[in-house]
Design a protein around this ligand. Sequence first.
Ligand code: GLY
Length: 370
Amino acid sequence: MSVAVRVELGPRSYDVAIGRGLIAEAGARIAPLLTRPRLAIVTDARVAGLHLRALQAGLSAAGIESEALALPEGEATKSWAELERAVEWLLEHKVERRDVVVAFGGGVIGDLAGFAAAILRRGVRFVQIPTTLLAQVDSSVGGKTGINSTHGKNLVGAFHQPALVLADIDVLGTLTPRDFLAGYGEVAKYGLLGDEGFFDWLERHGPALAAGDADLRVEAVRRSVQMKADIVTRDETEQGERALLNLGHTFCHALEAATGYSDRLLHGEGVAIGCALAFETSARLGLCAQEVPSRVRAHLRAMGMKVDLADIPGSLPDAEGLLALMAQDKKVQDGRLRFILAREIGQAFVADDVDLDVVRGVLSDALAQR
Ligand code: GLY
């Protein structure tokens, strides 16, 4: 059983298939894209250990030969060195212009393998098979690919849309509860930014889907991907509306930098805390009622997620230090900080003229509760 969401981008349109058992069907689903029955897979060591055999069996079932490169797991892999390794490996394995590369893993592998595909022979097609909730609902869809620089995250990359995305819900069963909930931060983000009905649905069904209900997981991924597809269709290269997908991210990136991109704070955890702070900022600016951030926090708390700065272990910089980290974010435009704020749950907008004293106050109060 699977459902499909179409990302409409003219000649670069593609389907995101969401459902159970898709890895076993990968060969049949990818075969129509191939001019010869062979594939190069880029993955990481953890995903390879858990799922590579199943993927290769699914490909063989359709007569497709495959070879795999397993890179180290973790954010540090999004580097020039690992990109070079991936590109040289693809060339060594004679991947040609009309071949297809498979990105099999979470956001790190999707971003790196997608970028390798974008620059290999001036661009080859690639298929995303995301194995984390975060990658299924966010990073595998929309064509943002890239690596990190010493100057910051995701500063080197390209827009390169996949030719197909296969989001197999069954693989989510091998995620740790912490990783699953981190991905859920991005799911909640969609309701918060543009669909109160979806947030309401998550309030009712979130605990059951986190506990493992596969039908609810399919539905949560489908609705998230549909929202992302609609936004990407209207604004592929983030000239405007796509920035809404960065709800919570200005705060999140500062917190990730403050915690050294370490295990102390996963990206999706930072997004959840960042969403709560964005709604708090919106309330203090008089844009929404104080009950709105309380409702956001109550749901995240009910899910057992990190919600407050107090939930981040270890020390953090003071409010001034966090503001300085925000100023280094790539979302700074013309020297001004860009925030995504909201008038209600589901009604987010881009704000370029936020009074930084208000943000400073929100951060000071949140730090005081630690
Ligand atoms: N993850 C945000 C975007 O794809 O635009």
